[in-house]
Design a protein around this ligand. Structure first.
Ligand code: ADP
Ligand code: MG
Length: 331
């Protein structure tokens, strides 16, 4: 995989930039969180500064929906997009996107001479704009794409003790992660709605690395005793990776998750009295982002991934279809 940084000059050629501008939108069409747009802008700027003409393409919302309101918002709010940038309609308006049709990949590739993937968060999908186009054009990873890749990869070769904290739901989607990290992590805490399922999985309960909440495993939020336990585990770690809320936060059970977030903020800062550096903390997951977003503390951590489901797949498998496609691109 080559970074877009390896291109010194785009020589006035068009560069298809696959972003993930599928941002959450409120009832009146207002954008609730523009982070995924914002993280793609340094790449757009980089391309423009090196004489490239970016063509930004993304999927958005439900099939058939127009991405136009998002583009209008972005142009109005970010100077870099005002001039010299082109845009494509919602990629999923074409049925060939999700079926990964060669025809649609060719149509997209015909619009540009280079391709840049700046949609790490969609790169677990074998879609035409993710895996089809890189076969046809010289292709590169965007700046944020590379950052997601590099920062998340530190979990494969972590500082020890390494504590993995898993919460949330959908046990089946988290089990591959548990299995993989049983070989790497020193402790794996399994909370949230996963705890009950973990208890029913014999291979996990027998493993001394696995830590479960204290008390009622079907509780809608994590209890005080368990938070104390988690705190001591965090204090003994050098590296913490966290995915998944610890309570049913949509229904107001978010106290425990917020308390955990605060503990991680505190331990991310260096302790001058003890002359110890801050701990390396990585946080990610769609719902997890939702909860911590309101606190505005993302910058306090080593890394907050915006890759959602793609992050889980990357961590479980060490790669993604979109990464493999970039590795096989023509030069
Ligand atoms: P992420 O998107 O961060 O990976 P998940 O999608 O796995 O997280 O899980 C989020 C869901 O888990 C939320 O809907 C939340 O309500 C649910 N959840 C977390 N803890 C509990 C709990 N203790 N009881 C019930 N639901 C929970
Ligand atoms: Mg989720």
């Amino acid at each position: 995989m080559k970074s877009v940084k390896e291109v010194g000059d785009f020589e006035n050629k068009k560069v298809l930039v696959r972003g993930d501008w599928n941002v959450p939108v409120g009832e009146n069409g207002e954008i609730l969180d523009a982070s995924r747009i914002e993280v793609s802008l340094p790449t757009v700027e980089y391309i423009k500064n090196r004489n490239g003409i970016p063509i930004i393409a993304s999927h958005f919302g439900r099939e058939g929906e127009s991405i136009e309101p998002i583009i209008t918002y972005a142009k109005k709010n970010y100077l870099i997009l005002e001039e010299g940038v082109e845009f494509l309609e919602n990629l999923r308006q074409n049925s060939g996107e999700e079926t990964n049709s060669e025809e649609f990949a060719k149509e997209l590739a015909s619009k540009a001479e280079f391709y840049v993937n700046e949609a790490f968060s969609t790169s677990h999908r074998e879609h035409a704009s993710i895996v089809g186009v890189p076969k046809l054009l010289p292709s590169f990873a965007g700046l944020r794409f590379v950052e997601e890749f590099e920062k998340l990869s530190t979990a494969f070769n972590p500082e020890h003790p390494f504590l993995l904290i898993l919460g949330g739901a959908k046990f089946e989607t988290k089990l591959p992660l548990v299995k993989k990290f049983l070989n790497i992590a020193d402790y794996i805490f399994i909370g949230g709605a996963l705890a009950q399922k973990a208890l029913e999985t014999e291979s996990l309960t027998q493993n001394p690395k696995i830590i479960l909440p204290v008390g009622d495993l079907s509780a809608l939020d994590i209890n005080q005793e368990t938070l104390v336990l988690l705190k001591s585990k965090i204090e003994n770690s050098k590296f913490v990776l966290w995915n998944g809320p610890l309570g049913k936060y949509e229904d107001g059970y978010k106290e425990g998750t917020l308390r955990l977030t605060q503990m991680l903020v505190d331990s991310s800062a260096p302790d001058f009295a003890k002359a110890t550096p801050g701990k390396k903390v990585i946080i990610g997951g769609g719902d997890t982002e939702n909860v911590i977003d309101e606190l505005n503390i993302s910058h306090k951590f080593f890394f907050v991934s915006l890759a959602g489901g793609a992050m889980l797949e990357f961590l479980a498998n060490g790669t993604l279809p979109g990464i493999e496609a970039l590795n096989q691109t023509p030069s």
